[in-house]
Design a binder for this molecule. Structure first.
Ligand SMILES: NC(=O)c1ccc[n+]([C@@H]2O[C@H](COP(=O)([O-])OP(=O)(O)OC[C@H]3O[C@@H](n4cnc5c(N)ncnc54)[C@H](OP(=O)(O)O)[C@@H]3O)[C@@H](O)[C@H]2O)c1
Length: 178
């Protein structure tokens, strides 16, 4: 199973504004990249907050929404207390998807869900957009508890592509157990 992520960030590392909700950070070139990567995925995993910010479920791919508050919805897997399947952590959810035949899993955020899955992501696709959003409560690429000094994830830069004012970056991460 291959787990990868794709999100757009501002140059200050935010994935959205402090107001949250739907906000498109990237250009149409980024949107094309979003669509291209979704085609490679058997399932996408998103958090309840991100799902609620979307106009509709992502078409053409299994949508897995992690949520404490949402109930089961047609065409989606809700992973949570009230959902189709009980969510008891990333390892269990990925094992469940593997059993369902999913090979390529795309994590699309937001920041809380990125933290949940960060150790399982082998490839981070990041679109660096020429914006500064600021805001101490604005969501960032990876939120959650964060790593202690010395325990951070160290990545390798695999590819850089520039299209006009945006940089399309791919970082790889080696598996680790702790
Ligand atoms: N720039 C980008 O590429 C990009 C991509 C994605 C999202 N975003 C933006 O990021 C923002 C959302 O990010 P976020 O970090 O606030 O939220 P998020 O990661 O999308 O979702 C957080 C939610 O996930 C659920 N959750 C988290 N941990 C859980 C657990 N252990 N068990 C069950 N459910 C759990 C809860 O859902 P419930 O509240 O439903 O219980 C929680 O509120 C939005 O503004 C969105 O537009 C930007």
């Amino acid at each position: 199973m291959f787990v990868f992520s794709n999100l757009a960030i501002s140059i200050d590392g935010k994935i959205g504004t402090a107001k949250r909700g739907l906000y498109r950070l990237g250009t149409n070139n980024d949107w094309n990249e979003v669509k291209r990567l979704r085609k490679k995925a058997d399932a996408i995993i998103i958090g309840g907050a991100t799902f609620r910010s979307l106009p509709r479920a992502v078409p053409g791919v299994l949508n897995v929404v992690i949520s404490k508050s949402m109930k089961s919805k047609k065409g989606l897997i809700i992973a949570g207390k009230k959902g189709d399947i009980r969510y008891s952590g990333p390892k269990q959810l990925l094992a469940h998807l593997k059993k369902r035949g999913c090979k390529n899993i795309l994590i699309e955020g937001g920041g809380e869900i990125m933290w949940e899955f960060v150790k399982y992501i082998r490839e981070f696709h990041v679109t660096l957009t020429p914006k500064i959003l600021g805001g101490r409560t604005a969501p960032t690429l990876v939120d959650g508890r964060g790593f202690a000094p010395g325990k951070e994830l160290n990545l390798k830069l695999k590819a850089v592509k520039r299209i006009k004012n945006e940089l399309f970056l791919i970082f790889t991460s080696a598996p680790r157990s702790n």
